[in-house]
Ligand binder design. Sequence first.
Ligand code: FAD
Ligand code: ZN
Length: 460
Amino acid sequence: MSSTTAFLEALEKELGSDALSRDPAAHTALAGDWSEAPHLTPELVIKPRTPAQVAAALRCCAEHGQAVVIQGGLTGLTGGATPQPGEVVLSLSRLDAIEEIDTVGGTAVVQAGVVLENLQREVESHDWSFPLDLGARGSCQVGGNAATNAGGNRVIRYGTMRQLVLGLEVALPDGRLLDLMGAITKNTTGVDLKHLFIGAEGTLGVITRLVLKLSPRPLTSTAALCALPTFAHATRLVRDLRRALPGLSAFELMWDDFMQASCKVGKLRPAFDQSAAVYALIETQGVDDAHDREQLETALGQALEDGVVDDVIVAQSLEDNQRLWAYRETVAELLAALKPFAAFDIAIPVARMDEFVQQMNEQLQQRYPQTNHLFFGHLGDDNLHLLTGPYADPTELHHVEASVYAATEEYRGSISAEHGVGVVKKPFLHHSRTADELAIMKQLKDLFDPKGVLNRGRIL
Ligand code: FAD
Ligand code: ZN
């Protein structure tokens, strides 16, 4: 760590000694996120209690040229929050207040360190819902969700985090606390600055507070699992269901290898007697249990009759819902089981997704027949996940990443649909962004963080 005595003294004067933790033994859990980026236990962790303290801490870092990495819930999959040599950690964990829930306008004002699941619960107790949902809900923070523009399971209905953020407060490296907290939906008064910080992965500023858009709490939720003969049938099904089911809130696709691995790692009984090429997990949200289930059953009955699906299970209870979602929710266990892995969250135009999966699967199977190659994704929003591992040899892992990302460019997709770039995907960013785009991103970085202290070396 390069932090000098002068830096530490300045920091302590601004924040008080209780905001600084200098015992590396207490920091082992902060050594890295869920990616394969090498872990490093930080020597100094700054834990501000207020947004003003975050801004003051950043100013100290900039003034002393001290590199600092922002940590939310550390569930990221790209190494963005993993400390690099010489960095101190700025943790948002103490900024965990839900400040206000506006039950008239349907908005929530929260601090950045609020854990997503805590917010979901609190909002539901007020008969509203915060619809962003992902497997890491129990640990990830809303600030981290905004910094990575998280997507997840319900984008098909509610959009990504970008669509759910009405306002932000951001601490800048020059010590300013930028107030972009307007809670209004429509505001056409020049450049909408908050969007610069959503998805910027903490390279331009630290998100300290957010105004989030809520939705009326759905009263019911019904899941179904379908077995389908081909990917093309799945694209037909998603189109038909979008038309037939106004409450469609998730359409998650799982290829058979994923399903089998998921059953194994989650100790789940296969849902169907016969395996299928792909499976679709469908969810609708509404207001009337019987009506929703009937609507879903009618739509899927039609799909059966048309030969679009081979088999269907419609949940009849809350327990059934959980049982069906369980097949899709084993990602954390799979990540742990397939270490060292490569985890992809690419976007591929749906019209060519099948071709892409077949090509990649063939290539990977041929070269690494003993390795797991699991495809799944959020079909409603062009988002394909591939989890492949274990790779004992880091050069092999890099080779797999390089070939998948090069193919992504050929298919005019994106190297990241929702997890971000961090350090893991940084060498491949040119597959998704032009030289002009990269140059403008660099100019923005220089504008907000001229000393280059904040999340240094991430994205760019
Ligand atoms: P961290 O990992 O702590 O940080 C992520 C990045 O944001 C880092 O660069 C960090 O420096 C920066 N950052 C964190 N907080 C702030 C802040 N307040 N201000 C500025 N920058 C900040 N992602 C999806 O999009 N969809 C999914 O379906 C999904 N499923 C997942 C399932 C599992 C099991 C796991 C482990 C991860 C999953 N993820 C998913 C990835 C990850 O959970 C999300 O990207 C999440 O939004 C990260 O939040 P975090 O608080 O953990 O951020
Ligand atoms: Zn996802």
